[in-house]
Write a protein that binds this ligand. Sequence first.
Ligand SMILES: Cc1cc2nc3c(=O)[nH]c(=O)nc-3n(C[C@H](O)[C@H](O)[C@H](O)COP(=O)(O)OP(=O)(O)OC[C@H]3O[C@@H](n4cnc5c(N)ncnc54)[C@H](O)[C@@H]3O)c2cc1C
Length: 497
Amino acid sequence: MSDRFTRRAFGQAAAGALGAFGAAPQLLAAAVDAKAEPATPAEFKNLPAVGSRVPTSGNFATGVFHEAARDVPIVEECDVIVCGAGPAGIAAAVNAARAGAKTRLLEVHGCLGGVWTAGALTWILDYANKPGLMAEIVRHLEARYAQKHKGSVAYDVEQMKLLLEELVSAVGVRVQLHTRVVAALKDKDNRLSLVVTESKSGRQAWKAKTFIDCTGDGDLAALAGCGFDYGSPDGGLAQPMSLMALLTGLKPEEVTPFTRELAESGGWAGPKDRLKAEMEKGGHSPSYAKPTMFHLREDLFALMANHEYGVSPMDAGQITAATMRARGELHRLVNGLRGLGGVWSNVKIVATGEQIGVREGRRIRGLYEVSTNDLAIGVRHKDAVCRVTFGIDVHSTDPKKTKGIEAKPVKSRPYDIPYRALVAKDCDGLLLAGRCISGDFIAHSSYRVTGNSVALGEAAGAAAAVAAMNSTTPRETDFEDIRPTWTRLQFEQAMKT
Ligand SMILES: Cc1cc2nc3c(=O)[nH]c(=O)nc-3n(C[C@H](O)[C@H](O)[C@H](O)COP(=O)(O)OP(=O)(O)OC[C@H]3O[C@@H](n4cnc5c(N)ncnc54)[C@H](O)[C@@H]3O)c2cc1C
């Protein structure tokens, strides 16, 4: 393929992408009922023969490959780009689109939802005081086998995948799955202006007026050169990872004593301690000392039973090793239970997470850092975008001390997260939402759960749309200018819920 041909094709591809962006957002209910089809990705129509790629060139010497510069097609220009489609990214993209912004969502996995789906989490915490999209999602899930408990919701992972696809399609969010954000470019004024992705379509560049980092690990902000913190202040160790498993072959009425929210005695720890004792009877002691079984529907359960200590989410080799160790451990634990017979005779794993659950990655520095003291005093802010009610929850960073949950340094009270914690400090045009916002190690252990991620995503989505449509940056946008859009979207959803 000649260079000339490649460039022309790139130009056509970019034009096709922009032309395809005109469709007006539909109402959610209408689109969900109409089983909205995903839009045909028009940007791919004019590319050269299927599978054609720009050849790599360059030189290599000992230990380094110097890759030659090459043209990358700018496949789209829009108002808001959201990187990462976990609970925060979904909320950010849906709200940006509902606020009227042309919105693109980029996700590395083959489904929307992040830890909710690729991570097979099955359990939403700190949802109850969240109006807007969180309440809307719970309402839809309730019609799809979800079970509401006092402070949590148990859901079916496959139903969540489908629901999220319907939600983003209904409001006209453009989605590309299987696509990893790998580079970011800032302009001379330190404003983020473009991201580069890698996928089966090769390298692609995407422009926007405002970006939102919802990658959980803060990949986009780090690529844009933002400062960040990682792990605990004493030694930099982060919380362990856990691989979730889905189980069948159990009768809820027979395993009640071992199941969270079904067990009537023993409080929070009782079912976990009984399950651990059973696992040990089966021949294996779990690496997480408080293994937890959740009932989802009929004979479908979820299991969280392992801890992978000291693994960096920024190191693919370490994550790979942790994933394989964890999967092996889960199968050994469940095989051991089945070997006990009785209520466990038919238990089996039907799926494990495609992605090991990462509790903690980079905490990107923002205009405000949520602190342990904020939790201790139950801080209030004028520009509050989320009220966190979930307490401090640090899974052990050091198995020599405990394999369970670490002691809480302070008693926390419900507290506010301000808009400023979502605005990146070191780069303009960039918002943060979800577990990568600006906070300290202890505060992060509390606000990281998914009800809060959704609330943070909603605020970031509204703010990004307002900034983009006013041709300004999130840093320059006063929260009072965002509030009407943010409140209107929450109110509209509350009315529907
Ligand atoms: C084992 C475990 C158990 C937990 N238990 C609970 C619980 O019971 N209830 C609860 O509410 N919360 C729980 N949490 C916390 C919660 O799941 C997370 O903190 C929450 O998912 C954060 O949401 P997020 O959207 O910020 O990140 P994530 O859910 O991690 O989503 C990030 C998304 O970005 C994508 N992504 C990452 N990098 C890139 C890139 N470079 N390019 C493109 N896409 C990218 C990922 O694939 C993913 O889809 C648990 C977490 C773990 C790990």
